[in-house]
Design a binder for this molecule. Structure first.
Ligand SMILES: [Zn+2]
Length: 63
């Protein structure tokens, strides 16, 4: 994954860009966030993401 890549959203939750596991971060169709820290339990890493109305994109991996 690199900056600007789109993240998948599954069943209303963001999917980890690295391991593709569903995270506990809920994404609504109208969610807007910048530099959101997306924590993945599976790879125990935080990913910085940007969410623009349900479109989630990767900023960087910050661990
Ligand atoms: Zn992960």
């Amino acid at each position: 994954m690199k900056k600007g890549d789109k993240l998948a959203v599954k069943d209303g939750y963001a999917v980890c860009p690295v391991c593709r596991h569903k995270t506990s971060q809920a994404i609504r169709p109208d969610t807007v966030a910048d530099n959101l820290q997306l924590w993945c339990r599976n790879c125990k890493a935080i990913h910085l993401v940007k969410i623009d109305r349900g479109q989630c994109s990767m900023i960087s991996r910050c661990r």
